[in-house]
Design a protein around this ligand. Structure first.
Ligand SMILES: NCc1[nH]cc(CCC(=O)O)c1CC(=O)O
Length: 313
């Protein structure tokens, strides 16, 4: 029996709403007669706005409440930024589709300077992400990195109000919200690697909902699915979430091959281990795991252990 109304759970930030509306639009276009309704929800990550994410800790800050509601039957699917999803999905739920990723990278937005290189000594740069902090400090230890929480709109407002010299945000979020013209510079990948899954959307459903899973399969982008598999396998191995400074980016290189690049860094950027690995796309997860092991061996493991000790104090 086919249900003709699908309830989509989403957070209520402008970016989350854009993403949920996007999925709703594609579903209704694909299945005329089908209706999708949005159910707006609040997660722990939306409520705690004064503390840096890395200090709140815990996994699934932006996903847990939606997942509980889906298990209860209050929503049929949830739309998430893939990068907000922990590597382990709760029992009974599954990522049923991953959409095409267009913009994996990070951008600098500044009202005063035209490029990252142009930032003067001691410039104040806003980001709450340890991954961004560590990689930027590695190349520019003189920078003062200050916390910058809140959704994309809030962060752009704070750029002006709190006189940051520059702030760093995901390109994808800025473009989706129509702020592409605010981007001062897309930061080069050889300087900063993105978060796992950055730029892709994940659509989560109940594992048992075979009919719905079949219906949304068309949203999958095969290339992005492979890249995400490699990146998430990497993350699962280093067990980090957004609490530790790790970055990883997989992309197709030559025919049939996938190139995975990753980094593990200390929070102050002093130590940074980065490497890359290529292989068949069909072995995406193996590539991600192998690269993780290599970086852990190079010195990444001791960094993660130190951070773990600090967090448990
Ligand atoms: N951390 C919040 C978050 N989660 C997903 C995105 C951007 C969109 C995406 O990566 O798909 C953002 C904003 C940002 O990091 O600037």
């Amino acid at each position: 029996m086919k249900k003709d109304t699908i309830i989509i759970g989403t957070r209520s930030s402008k970016l989350a709403l854009w993403q949920a509306e996007y999925v709703k639009g594609r579903l209704e276009e694909e299945y005329p007669g089908l209706k999708a309704e949005l159910k707006l929800m609040t997660t722990k990550g939306d409520k705690i706005l004064d503390a840096p994410l890395a200090k709140i800790g815990g996994k699934g800050l932006f996903t847990k409440e939606l997942e509980a509601e889906m298990i209860d039957g209050g929503i049929d699917l949830a739309v998430h930024s893939l990068k907000d999803m922990p590597t382990e999905v709760p029992e009974g739920l599954v990522i049923s589709a991953i959409t095409r990723r267009l913009d994996p990278g990070d951008a600098m937005v500044s009202l005063r300077y035209r490029t990252f290189r142009e930032l003067p000594r001691g410039a104040v740069v806003g980001t709450s992400s340890l991954r961004r902090r560590a990689q930027l400090l590695h190349v520019r230890p003189d920078l003062q990195i200050r916390d910058l929480r809140g959704n994309v709109n809030t962060r752009l407002r704070k750029l002006e109000e709190e006189s940051f010299d520059a702030i760093i945000l995901a390109v994808a979020g800025l473009r989706r919200l129509g702020f592409g013209d605010r981007i001062t510079q897309i930061l080069p990948q050889n300087m900063i690697l993105p978060a796992v899954g950055q730029g892709a959307l994940a659509i989560e459903t109940r594992e048992s909902d075979a009919e719905l899973r079949r219906r949304i399969a068309f949203l999958n982008d095969e290339e992005t699915v492979h890249c995400a598999a490699a990146e998430r396998a990497f993350l699962a191995r280093v067990e980090g979430g957004c609490q530790v400074p790790v970055g990883v980016y997989a992309a197709p290189d030559t025919a049939g091959s996938l190139c995975v690049e990753a980094v593990i860094a200390s929070v102050d950027g002093m130590r940074l281990y980065r490497d890359r690995l290529s292989g068949p796309a069909g072995e995406a997860e193996h590539l991600g795991r192998t690269l993780a092991d290599r970086l852990l061996d190079m010195g990444g493991l001791s960094i993660l252990q130190e951070i773990g000790l600090l967090q448990n104090r």
